[in-house]
Design a protein around this ligand. Structure first.
Ligand code: TYM
Length: 342
């Protein structure tokens, strides 16, 4: 079977990068695949969180999934901590992954900063939990932004090492040649890496101290307009062809955002705006962004106001996810040689 899994951290400030790189693409996969979309609250606590804010942010990410068009009846939407299989399989993967593999993870180096001695152990083993999220459902496809590429490679390395180390037991237990699939990242489209609006060399991120660096999914029309108008650009008019975007990171970023929001290719956008000044293009980008994001923001607000509905979606999704995860954990325990109730 072909199964999609992806996760988003409930760490505040959901932005256009999260939307175009991930959540918008979750929606488009729903006709083709069985999809499981997860609010990864256990990943969030790898750095300090205020409990009441965390609760609110879990509901907000869930609301974003639903407001963007994820269907929690046909697919599964839930928060990670409600399904214990994620943590259980992460422990097994802590024992499969090698220190050297995790030492190479650039996201850990960035997030831990200079004071690595003081980073949580959870932040270091974060990618093992991510591999467990995906593989506890034996998912085959994972839509993510480009920043998750290295974590996806590690997930494949873990699956492969588990399959190799336990090949004999996997076969003896009747699972054939391999147990875990090598999950394929789906990193596609013109917005796989949305950059900061203030600096074309930096990724748009939840933690950038400048709110002008990103468009939040909760921004109203005025905030969107101000941020787009203030976005950094160079002085040249837009090029007519995609090759003309080379070495123009800010222009490339804005054209990519326009393309992703309008469902067009960058080349197509440039055939319309090539030769225009940024003032003209930015006006069109404001109109497009407001028209596209306005309804999402107001639907999110409506959903978050009814916390009971959101929580019931998460409980229902977790109940369905747990059935799948529990089956994998029974298989994994048999493969490892653990004893369990039958
Ligand atoms: P997170 O919560 O940081 O981001 C959620 C998704 O948004 C994408 N993204 C971007 N895409 C394009 N441009 C950007 N500037 C940008 N910023 C963020 C991310 O690539 C991601 O797809 N480790 C993951 C969460 C996770 C996960 C998983 C994902 C945990 N378990 C299992 C997939 C499968 C993360 O921190 O995403």
């Amino acid at each position: 079977g072909q199964r999609v899994f992806s996760g988003v951290q409930p760490t505040g400030n959901l932005h256009l990068g999260n939307y175009l790189g991930a959540i918008q693409r979750f929606v488009g996969l729903q006709d083709q695949y069985e999809c499981i979309y997860c609010v990864v609250d256990m990943h969030a606590i790898t750095v300090p969180q205020k409990p009441q804010e965390l609760t609110r942010q879990i509901r907000e990410v869930t609301a974003a999934f639903l407001a963007c068009g994820v269907d929690p009846r046909r697919h599964i939407v839930f928060n990670q901590s409600q399904v214990s299989g994620h943590a259980e399989l992460a422990w097994v993967f802590n024992c499969v992954a090698r220190m050297g593999w995790l030492n190479r993870m650039t996201q850990f180096k960035e997030k831990a900063g200079k004071d690595r001695e003081n980073a949580s152990v959870g932040l270091f083993t974060y990618p093992d939990l991510m591999a467990a999220d995906i593989l506890v459902y034996r998912a085959t496809h994972v839509p993510v932004g480009e920043d998750q590429k290295q974590h996806m490679e590690l997930t494949r390395d873990i699956a492969q090492k588990f399959n190799n180390d336990f090949a004999e037991s996997i076969a003896r237990n009747g699972f054939g040649e391999t147990y875990f699939p090598l999950a394929e990242p789906l990193i596609q489209g013109p917005a796989r890496r949305v950059m900061s609006l203030r600096d074309g060399a930096k990724k748009m991120s939840k933690s950038d101290p400048s709110d002008y660096s990103r468009i939040n999914l909760s921004d109203g029309p005025d905030a969107i307009a101000q941020k787009v108008r203030k976005a950094k650009t160079d002085a040249e008019p837009l090029p007519s062809e995609e090759a003309g975007l080379a070495n123009r990171p800010e222009a490339d970023n804005l054209v990519g955002i326009y393309a992703a929001l309008s469902g067009r290719a960058k080349a197509d956008v440039l055939s319309e705006f090539g030769g225009s000044q940024f003032s003209i293009f930015k006006t069109a980008l404001v109109d497009l962004s407001v028209a596209h994001l306005g309804p999402i923001g107001s639907e999110m607000q409506r959903l978050v106001a009814d916390g009971h509905y959101i929580d019931s979606v998460l409980v229902d999704g977790a109940n369905r996810a747990r059935v799948l995860a529990d089956q994998t954990m029974r298989d994994v325990k048999d493969i490892l040689g653990f004893i369990r109730a039958r």
